[in-house]
Design a protein around this ligand. Structure first.
Ligand SMILES: [Zn+2]
Length: 213
């Protein structure tokens, strides 16, 4: 297990928090809305990939939080609980990750497909790691997703919290496989090895990267 020891943990917390932005807060909403080409391209690709979704109106909140170019996923082939607004790139990355990484890895390592994924949420207007004074989390831009558990067709419930360093080697391999696959699809991927804030979930975002831990 990496990250053992107070000093190491503090260094990880201090040095490895991802996806920071040194830029000023987001601009005010544009007065005349010209459809964003990148968003439209992403929405088109998402539809072609067999995903059912609903585009959401752009939202600008207090404290610089936004949900711009975001969607609500309706059907990605595997039920997922607790998904809210996600930027299109996060939604597309997530749907592809479930389809092409999570399901094959579950079959390969655990011998059973995933019938439900338990998310810990997407949009949340808060600072990084919920630490007061830290910069805005990518969750505050609807640009991130957290995943805590996978329920298998055979009835098992695989959680990041107990499985990552648990006694079942196949579970450990499955969780590392989906973590690493997420790192390839998202700009940032974090799990229990990143820091104590991520001991119970995998975090993926489309902020500044690449960063994978
Ligand atoms: Zn997160």
């Amino acid at each position: 297990m990496r990250g053992r020891g107070v000093v190491v943990a503090l260094l990880l917390v201090a040095g490895c928090i991802p996806s920071g932005r040194d830029k000023p807060p987001p601009k005010a909403p544009p007065v005349s809305i010209e459809p964003d080409k990148q968003v439209l391209q992403c929405l088109g690709a998402l539809g072609r990939e067999g995903v059912r979704f609903k585009p959401l109106p752009d939202r600008y909140f207090a404290n610089g939080c936004t949900a711009v170019g975001a969607v609500q996923l309706l059907d990605i082939g595997t039920p997922v609980t607790n998904l809210g607004a996600m930027t299109c790139p996060v939604a597309r990355g997530f749907a592809g990750w479930v389809r092409e990484a999570v399901q094959p890895a579950a079959t390969a390592w655990l011998g059973s497909p995933v019938v439900r994924i338990e998310s810990l949420g997407t949009y949340s207007c808060r600072p990084v790691n919920n630490q007061a004074g830290a910069r805005l989390s990518e969750h505050g831009r609807a640009n991130a997703v957290d995943v805590g558990a996978f329920v298998l067709a055979d009835g098992r419930r695989i959680t990041v919290a107990s499985g990552w360093n648990g006694g079942d080697e196949d579970v450990r391999r499955f969780l590392r496989a989906v973590h690493d696959a997420g790192c390839r699809r998202f700009q940032v991927g974090l799990g229990p090895d990143a820091n104590a804030f991520h001991r119970d979930h995998l975090h993926f975002d489309m902020g500044r990267g690449p960063y994978c831990r």
